[in-house]
Every structure is written in C-alpha cells, then in structure tokens.
Ligand binder design. Structure first.
Ligand code: MG
Length: 159
C-alpha cells in the first residue's frame, strides 16, 4: 500500500458585497472572498493538500490567477481537475480533514452540506470528508472579519 499525506493552507481577504463560497456552498453574508476565482478558500486549501500529497506544486501553478480561463471560475471545477490528477496516478482519497477559521458567518449549519458537496466531487463516502469550523475569539485578521483562513489535510491511497 502506497500512502501519501498532503497539507494545504489558504487565506482570502473579505470584501463587502461579494458572494461568499465556502466548501462548495454559497453562504448568506454581507461579505465575500476577494479572489480571481470564486474565492472558495476551503476548496483552495483542499486542492493544495491534494497537490501537496502528489508533490505537484500548488493551485497557483496549475490554475494561474493571471489566466482569464480561471476568472470567476467555480472552484468545484478546480477540485474536479485536481482529482483527475490524483486518479490518473492511481490514487484514491483515504480521507480529508478541513478546518475553517471564520468569525462570521456561522459555519456550523452548513458543514454537512459542504461535506456532501466535496465528497461527491472526490467520489468518496461523506464519512471520509470532515469539515470543521472555529472562530478565533475575535483575535487577529479573522477575528476582525477581514479574512477567512483554512487548513486541509488529506491521505491518498494506492494499492
Ligand atoms: Mg485561494
């Protein structure tokens, strides 16, 4: 059994009046992530974890923010493309664990939907995908509602 571990991290600044996408789900909020893509900071961290497990660089290398192809792109499409790289190399996702740090909005009501969306793109059972969230107790840029940060870990398996 060949086992690969990967870790990813991403931050996006929040801007007024933008749509907020986290973990493939659109959330009701007054602010959204400022980004070249749809700004789904959780999917970006997850993509980086998957690419890291394969030692294939990062999301910026694969989907440059200078390319008009990726302007406003739905990050679920980016995740699907990264999973193609995983499958092409004979790996499957063992599990993924994602932690979102956001002061607002409340993530808890949406975590199961995020797990469902992400696991369906990665073609695994929802039990293999964990999404957790925390505030930072009003500390730092997250606590000031200036941005959202996300960490993701994955294990890839190949027989
Ligand atoms: Mg990003």
């Amino acid at each position: 059994m060949d086992i690969r571990i990967g870790h990813g991290y991403d931050v996006h600044a929040l801007g007024e009046g933008l749509k907020l996408f986290i973990g493939g789900v659109e959330l009701e909020h007054t602010k959204g992530c400022i980004a070249h893509s749809d700004g789904d900071v959780a999917i970006h961290a997850l993509c980086d974890a998957l690419l890291g497990a394969l030692a294939l660089g990062d999301i910026g290398k694969h989907f440059p923010d200078t390319s008009s192809e990726f302007k406003g792109i739905d990050s679920k499409i980016l995740l699907a493309r990264v999973m193609e790289l995983v499958w092409e190399r004979g790996y499957l996702l063992g599990n993924a664990d994602i932690t979102i740090a956001a002061q607002k909005p409340k993530m808890a009501p949406h975590l199961l939907r995020m797990r469902e969306v992400l696991s369906s793109i990665m073609k695994v059972d929802v039990e293999r995908v964990s999404v957790k969230a925390t505030t930072t107790e009003r500390l730092g840029f997250v606590g000031r509602e200036e941005g959202i940060e996300v960490w993701a870990s994955v294990i890839l398996l190949k027989n």
